[in-house]
Structure formats: C-alpha cells, structure tokens
Design a protein around this ligand. Structure first.
Ligand SMILES: [Zn+2]
Length: 445
C-alpha cells in the first residue's frame, strides 16, 4: 500500500467499505449482538452456485491450537511462519499485497499448501478484472504448521482437528460457513512484508468458505476470505469477497421479506435508489453504462432488489458475481469499480531513479511499468519537460533529459513521466484519474 497521502486515501476508502455494508446489514438482526467474546459479521454462500447470506460469528475459534504446541510437537516447526513469495510484481508501496495462509496442513504437507495457494490464485486471476490487473498484485504465501491434517467439521459436524488457525465448517450451525480465528490469522499475516487482503485456504475438498470485511480498524487489512483448498467452486467466494474490499462493491442480492430500502442513496458504486431515467438525468452512478451489453449477459439497466432489500433499490444487471456464484462475471459498473480499487492501492508506474535528488541533462531516467499487457488494461506512458509533452518519447521507459529537449541553459527544469490506463473498461473521469500516476525529476545541470 501507499504511504503518506495515498495511504490515507486507501484507509478512507476501506473505512467506507466498513461503514456502508454494516448499515445495510443492520436490518438482518437475527445476528447475535452479544459482546461476550467479540463477534464479527461474515458473508457465506450456502450453495455453491447460489446467493450469499450474512451472519454474525465469533472472532475467535475454539479449534485453534496454541502457538507453542506447533513447536513442541512438530519436527520441522521452523517452517511455521515462513513466507514464500508466490508473485512479486513490484514494491509493496505500489502494489496490492495479498497474503495467503494455509490451515490444516501439517509440517509434511507444506508443499501441498504452496501448490494449493498457487492453484487458487491462478483460478482467481482467470476472472476479469483480476486477470487483466494481476500485475498490480504481490502474493505472499505464509506457512502455518498444523498439528493435524484437515479441518474441523470435515467431513462431518462432529469431526474436530487441531489446526494453526482453527478454521471450521459448521460455523454458526451452517455447514458451508468456514470461520477462522482472526487473531491467529493476523499473527501469520503480519509475517508477510505487507498485507492488504488475506486469503485463508483450509485443507479440505468440501465446498465452503466465508468473507470477513471491514476489519481495517482492528487488523490493519480490510478483508479475510476463507475457502476450501480442493473445491474449485470455493474460488468464487474469494473473488466475490475481495471485491467488497477492493472495489467497495455492495452485494447485489436481496432477502425475501426485507421489503423497502430504508436508507438514502448508498455510497457503493453498484447499488442505487435511482431508476435508469433519473440516473441518466443526474449523470451519476452507472449512468455511462446504461444500455450497454454486459459481460454477465443482458443489458445494463436498473434491476430492483439489491443491498439485501427487495424494493426501492437497484442493481446494474440481472445477475453478476456480486449477486450469486452461478457466474464468474462482474458487470460493467462492478468491473470499473474494481479497476478503481486496484489503482487506489497500486501504481502502474514506478520510478527506477531516485526522484528526491536533482539530476543532470545526461542522467538516464528510467521507469518501470506494471506488466499489464493483456486483457482490459491499456497503459499509455508520456514524458513532459516543464509541462510540455516530449512526444518523441511516448512509450519509452528510459530517456535522457537532453534528448527530451531539456535546454543547456543553467536553469532548473522539470521532467515528468506520467502513465494513464486508457482501458475502455473505465468511463468515469474520476476513475480515469485514479489510474494515472507520475514521477517528476528536477534537472539542474
Ligand atoms: Zn458479498
């Protein structure tokens, strides 16, 4: 993540994602509100191809092993907490850092965990826009050595396993809901160089998972997704859950009996109280996409029922990955919001020459561009001298200021490299601005 101004922008964005879904969930008040032992909201998907549901669960797991036990009982406990970079595309300050932790893998099964982590990430990044923007992610695998193989609740409710993170099916009496100990999870996540999002892979072939979001204030990262290792349907759970944290997207499903939307216009980009005519007239929300053919099938419009309520609130398309796991497609407004989220936490351009010291006309200036050369993304790199574009250098990642036209006049000049993503998946000028970042050098001799 970014430091300084951009970091606070990210924090604000993530804080928003906390506040807004919580308001929507408030009506789901069958959840326990007891504070005897912290509870947190989770989302889960009772059926592999169905809509989601939310409930409140304990933040701690009764099945997590004490940290010391792993060392006492495990031959190769030195592996416990070891970090393996799965994908390192750039400096953590300019990347979204995903940390994947395994649970229910013994010391002898850590290679299995690494393989499962690679497979799951590969499956997530087959889904656009993750696919097109994979180059903005670093992925860190953290080994957690469990005393027993497998996880609690697999295959049956009565089965218990002593595991590093205490993940378990049958959480809150719901078979497919995999909960985890959030403090144990954090103790491993903190071993990675940086963590913006966490995925916990539970060693199981049984379909299941969950999503915790809005954790930033307590844990430093916004979301934790749990999913089972050897069930390919569980991959969509992570793809959906990360979208809450990255794209600040709302759920596009509703509950029977919830009735009228009780709130004013929500902050999330993919739900609105406006019907298409009013949205178009106000040029807000997904107005630029109305009437377009959508990757999820059908045409973008305003479909009633979203953000858990049945009436008076609309989603952009009949179906999407934010509504149900029977599709792996984000709709066009969701896709644009995801791209905005990628660039809130990551930069496509990284200066490879220090910008904090002045350079000469003969100093070679270089930048690195994120490797986004397939799919939706389309990076455009331009160079400027004192604000005027040096058109001959368009697309060059390494230049000499003298060649750009910096004059030898003993005055101070500024050379700037700017990248912008010209992807057609973005239509909002504000999001287009987010895709851009620059590096500027002072040329003094
Ligand atoms: Zn959701």
């Amino acid at each position: 993540m970014h430091i300084g101004i951009r970091r606070s922008a990210v924090a604000t964005a993530l804080a928003l994602s906390v506040a807004v879904p919580a308001a929507g969930v408030a009506g789901a008040a069958d959840a326990p509100t007891s504070r005897t032992g912290a509870h947190v909201d989770v989302e889960y998907f009772p059926e592999p191809d169905g809509e989601g549901a939310r409930t409140s669960v304990p933040a701690h797991s009764p099945h997590a092993q004490p940290a010391a036990n792993a060392r006492q009982h495990t031959a190769t406990a030195s592996e416990d907490g070891e970090v393996v970079p799965l994908t390192e595309t750039g400096p953590t300050a300019g990347r979204l850092d995903v940390t994947i932790i395994g649970d229910g893998y013994t010391a002898a099964e850590q290679d299995d965990f690494l393989q499962d982590a690679r497979t799951k990430w590969a499956e997530v990044t087959e889904i656009d826009p993750y696919r097109s923007y994979e180059g903005l992610f670093n992925v860190w695998a953290v080994k957690a050595v469990s005393q027993e193989s497998g996880v609690t609740g697999d295959p049956d409710e009565g089965v218990t396993r002593n595991t590093a993170l205490g993940s378990y099916f049958w959480c809150s009496a719901t078979e497919r809901l995999i909960c985890v100990d959030l403090d144990k999870t954090k103790s491993y996540a903190d071993k990675a160089p940086a963590t913006d999002l966490v995925i916990v892979i539970s060693n199981s072939a049984k379909y299941g998972g969950a999503g915790y979001s809005g954790l930033a204030a307590d844990y430093g990262y916004d979301g934790v997704s749990t999913l089972s290792s050897d069930n390919d349907r569980s991959t969509l759970i992570a793809a959906h859950e990360m979208a809450h944290s990255i794209g600040l997207l709302a759920d596009e499903y509703q509950y029977a009996g919830y009735g009228d939307y009780p709130y004013s216009e929500p902050a999330q980009p993919n739900v609105s109280t406006l019907t298409a005519d009013r949205m178009a007239a106000q040029r807000t929300k997904w107005a630029p996409w109305l009437g377009e053919a959508d990757p999820s099938g059908g045409v973008v419009g305003t479909f009633e029922g979203a953000d858990y309520y049945e009436y008076g609130v609309y989603r952009p398309t009949e179906n999407s990955l934010m509504r149900a796991l029977n599709t792996d497609r984000f709709n066009l407004p969701g896709r644009e919001a995801m791209i905005a989220g990628f660039y809130r936490s990551a930069d496509a351009l990284t200066p490879l020459v220090d910008t904090s010291v002045s350079v000469s006309r003969r100093t070679r200036l270089s930048v690195g561009l994120a490797d986004l050369d397939t799919g939706l993304s389309s990076l455009q790199l331009r160079w400027y001298v004192d604000g005027r574009e040096a058109r001959q250098a368009r697309g060059e990642t390494s230049v000499l200021p003298a060649r750009l036209g910096v004059p030898a006049d003993r005055r101070t000049h500024r050379v700037t490299a700017t990248v912008v993503d010209t992807t057609s998946a973005v239509r909002s000028p504000a999001v287009r601005d987010l895709t851009s970042n620059s590096a500027t050098w002072t040329v003094t001799r």
